[in-house]
Design a protein around this ligand. Structure first.
Ligand code: ATP
Length: 283
């Protein structure tokens, strides 16, 4: 079975505080885009769970989130693991704040639910996903949604009006644990207007959502990386984006466009910042 695993963006990302269990309380508006990995699942009779990808540096064993999802799935059904080959064609940039690994995990759960004819509801599939990672439940449900708690409590929202998205992943990586550790001590200069963005979604107001986009992790980035992300956001706005922000713990920055040709021009212009530039659409 072939299945697509879509990338996500954070239209807003707020960290409300640290909880007694050590996790952070999050509040974020998530959005799926067409940019996706492709997964191929085929049962084999060796009894082994094997993963292969087109990126040599990704794990091809049980460390791969796609394999973890399959193991969690069978455990949740009270059954032993089966022989399965998972082939992943990665298109979503890795370590980019776009939930590529979580989305692959969600796709495996959804595919196994269908292939094994279990007929579990999307909400039940999402609950299994939660055991793999906090972003997996959202990746199962997709669309436009509010994610709270660790990110696993999902409330669907009215869909963002369809638009073009230009994404640019600068050529440096961000350590997610380090950013979470830093966010507690950083004085946040700005918070996203999550409630205002939800009201704009309810009104079908794309520009209203776009101008309210913000991600508090931008303030926790090291100075040079922060400047680079800001340069990309400014370039997106100069190219006609309705708004620009960073996704997840970064470093990918993106802009929303209501006009395709402006988005294409932005894609060309952004190549000056990185080779990892994508033009996609919201789902
Ligand atoms: P998020 O937005 O959820 O924080 P991310 O985009 O920052 O995620 P990913 O690309 O999902 O990060 O993955 C980061 C880590 O997960 C990498 O260290 C990678 O080795 C590991 N990983 C395991 N399985 C996968 C997979 N199928 N695809 C991508 N990364 C994977």
């Amino acid at each position: 079975m072939k299945i697509q695993a879509r990338a996500k963006l954070n239209l807003t990302l707020d960290v409300l505080g640290r909880r007694p269990d050590g996790y952070h309380e999050m509040r974020m508006i998530m959005q799926s885009v067409e940019l996706a990995d492709t997964l191929d699942l085929a049962f084999n009779n060796t009894g082994e769970l094997r993963v292969s990808t087109n990126l040599h540096f990704l794990p091809n064993n049980e460390k791969n989130l796609a394999a973890q999802a399959a193991l969690r799935w069978w455990a949740a059904q009270g059954e032993p693991p089966r022989g399965l080959d998972i082939t992943i064609d990665k298109h979503i940039p890795v370590c980019a704040g776009m939930a590529g690994g979580s989305s692959d995990a969600a796709a495996v759960l959804q595919a196994l639910n269908v292939i094994e004819d279990r007929r579990r509801s999307p909400e039940m599939v999402a609950r299994v996903g939660e055991l793999v990672g906090s972003d997996v439940p959202y990746c199962v449900l997709g669309g436009t949604a509010l994610a709270e708690g660790r990110g696993e409590i999902i409330t669907p929202l009215p869909s963002l009006p369809k638009c073009w998205v230009v994404l640019c992943k600068p050529e440096f990586s961000i350590s997610t644990p380090a950013l979470f550790a830093k966010i507690d001590s950083v004085k946040l200069r700005c918070r996203p207007d999550t409630q205002g963005a939800i009201a704009a979604l309810e009104a079908g107001d794309l520009a209203g959502v776009a101008r309210r986009m913000y991600n508090v992790f931008e303030d926790a980035l090291p100075e040079r990386q922060h400047a680079r992300v800001n340069d990309i956001k400014n370039a997106l706005i100069q190219c006609g984006a309705l708004g620009a922000s960073m996704s997840g713990t970064g470093p990918t920055a993106f802009g929303l466009f209501s006009n395709e040709s402006l988005a294409q021009e932005a894609q060309e212009r952004l190549l000056e910042f990185s080779g990892d530039v994508f033009l996609t659409r919201t789902v």
